[in-house]
Design a binder for this molecule. Structure first.
Ligand code: FAD
Ligand code: SF4
Length: 497
């Protein structure tokens, strides 16, 4: 433990953010780079708990406690306080292949369960993680495995679960090829999470690192039909990391009007346009399609969650006139409810970067709770507004159902409507073509306590198996599926020889 009295002496200092009026003029990351001196003091606040809940990685009644990856947080904090950056980086590398992603985008389950957080502000673990990630980038060069097993593994999908699976399988000596439908690897890390949260150069640098270590990436490869069957024949094992990308639909009149888009489509297009500017060949940047450009428009986002926040922040950078988020659920409380005690993840209201920006620009929180969209109003085939209504949740035969409140209908002007209501499961094409079984929720079914599907040597990991979740869980799933697959192939190899 670095400093015994650190937690008594020092207050938590949150990671710095760029001033709102400055940052909304570009798509650069809104967080400021870590300051080593500040982080040393922040690491000194760690109490090196006997039972460090920060890295417990437990699930209780569907709620998580601590980091699922089991990062050795107290030890890393100690090294950071003592100025031994290399040892801190080495500790992280034991459990976590991509701290540069979670150091930027993770909601920090570790901080939610930090013991210090029971009475004071938790240790700033995420900021320390980002610092460790940046330093690791400087300290460690790509290193291909010295020995190869001779086994060939196909990973389908290059989001965090696919990357994590590929990384570990390659490190264990297998020959790994990642097949990705999009033109760039990274899944939602690349096309989904906006650049201001996670700069795309950070994702590209990791892909390049893995490429140099021997992982083969094939982008523009939409696997399905005969291509999928061929993969099964040509590889010793296949890991499905295809995400949960079916977006929940807005089933109201006017949903097909011009100017109504899903969040993932909108965010992907915004990033593609941004990256087309940075490609460095002097060519013209791709324009934002007119019916997707928020410039000068009133923007209504259906969904008050994190994806909705990313849409709000993107619309603000495109120069929208106003932004409103419609949320069917009530606001979370400002403090933990009695049934949500520490060390569970605190289910409390959070005002994220997109909302902070809307408040600064337009003077009010963009979220309207307990409200839903009844109709999208059109004019000349394009969206012109939305009809909303307030709702209340009523218990009907033991199930909570939303009921409209009479006399609360309202009209909002809208030139762009974005649906960010969550995801219902993986796309069905590849699953159907291969004959993969799904569970009652529509996610890929695997055997109890395993990542193996109903097909021999076909595994699944990430959102496609677990359901829509977080980057950190996708990474864990990818690693666990990889390990199980590797062990099965080793056993087969031993019995063959
Ligand atoms: C807008 C948005 C913002 C988010 N922000 C955060 C955040 O800040 N923090 C956080 O922790 N989590 C966040 N999440 C959740 C997180 O991104 C996901 O949980 C995570 O990306 C899931 O990883 P995955 O690898 O399972 O799937 P994905 O990241 O969805 O990757 C799946 C990949 O598979 C590819 N694919 C699918 N089918 C095929 C096929 N047939 N052939 C070839 N390729 C295929 C897809 O193109 C995609 O690239 C966010 C989600 C969204 C939508
Ligand atoms: S729970 Fe908090 S104070 Fe305790 S070891 Fe983990 S980071 Fe340090």
């Amino acid at each position: 433990m670095g400093k015994v009295t650190g937690f008594l002496e020092y207050e938590r200092q949150n990671q710095g953010h760029r001033p709102i009026r400055e940052r909304i003029k570009d798509y650069g990351e809104f967080t400021l780079p870590p300051d080593p001196d500040t982080l040393k003091i922040q690491a000194a606040r760690c109490m090196d708990c006997g039972v460090p809940f920060c890295h417990a990685g437990l699930l209780t009644e569907g709620q998580s406690i601590g980091c699922p990856l089991g990062n050795l947080i107290p030890e890393s904090n100690d090294f950071i306080y003592k100025g031994d950056i290399e040892s801190a980086c080495r500790r992280y590398r034991e459990t976590h292949p991509f701290p540069e992603f979670t150091g930027r985008v993770c909601p920090a389950l570790c901080e939610g369960s930090c013991t210090l957080g029971e009475h004071r502000d938790p240790v700033a673990v995420r900021a320390i993680e980002r610092y460790i990630a940046d330093e690791s980038g400087r300290l460690f060069a790509p290193k291909a495995p010295e020995k190869r097993t001779g086994k060939r593994i196909a990973v389908i999908g290059s989001g965090p679960s696919g990357l994590a699976a590929a990384d570990l399988l390659n490190k264990l000596g297998n020959e790994v090829t990642v097949f990705e439908r999009a033109d760039r690897a990274g899944g939602i890390l690349t096309y989904g999470i906006p650049n201001m949260k996670l700069d795309k150069s950070v994702v590209a640098a990791r892909i390049d690192f893995m490429d140099k270590e021997g992982v083969v990436f094939k982008t523009g490869a939409d696997i399905g039909g005969t291509a999928a069957i061929e993969l099964l024949k040509n590889f010793d094992a296949v890991i499905l990391c295809i995400g949960s990308r079916n977006e929940r639909a807005l089933n109201v009149t006017g949903k097909d009007l011009k100017g109504v888009h899903t969040a993932l489509n909108y965010l992907t297009t915004a990033t593609k346009v941004l990256l087309s500017k940075d490609r460095g060949d002097g060519g013209a940047a791709a324009p934002i399609p007119a019916d997707m450009n928020a410039a000068g428009k009133d923007v209504v986002i259906v969904g008050g969650g994190d994806t909705g926040t990313d849409c709000a922040a993107t619309a603000i950078r495109q120069g929208c006139k106003s932004v409103t988020q419609i949320e069917i659920m009530p606001s979370l409380p400002d403090r933990r409810a009695k049934n949500n005690p520490w060390p569970l993840w605190p289910r409390v209201k959070k005002t994220d970067y997109g909302q902070e920006e809307a408040i600064e620009l337009f003077g009010a929180d963009p979220r309207r709770y307990l409200t839903t969209v009844k109709e999208v109003i059109g004019k000349d085939g394009a969206v012109a507004g939305v009809k909303t209504v307030e709702i209340e949740w009523k218990n009907e035969n033991g199930r909570m159902v939303p009921k409209e409140k009479a006399g609360t209908e309202n009209r909002l002007p809208a030139g762009l409507v974005l649906t960010a209501m969550g995801f219902t499961g993986p796309e069905t094409g590849l699953i159907r073509d291969l004959g993969i079984e799904t569970d009652a929720r529509g996610m890929i079914k695997t055997q109890e306590g395993s990542y193996l599907t109903n097909l021999h040597r076909v595994y699944a990991a990430g959102d496609a198996r677990r359901g829509p979740s977080l980057v950190v869980w996708a990474i864990l799933e990818g690693r666990k599926a990889a390990l199980e697959c590797h062990k099965a192939l080793r056993i087969a190899l031993t019995s063959e020889s």
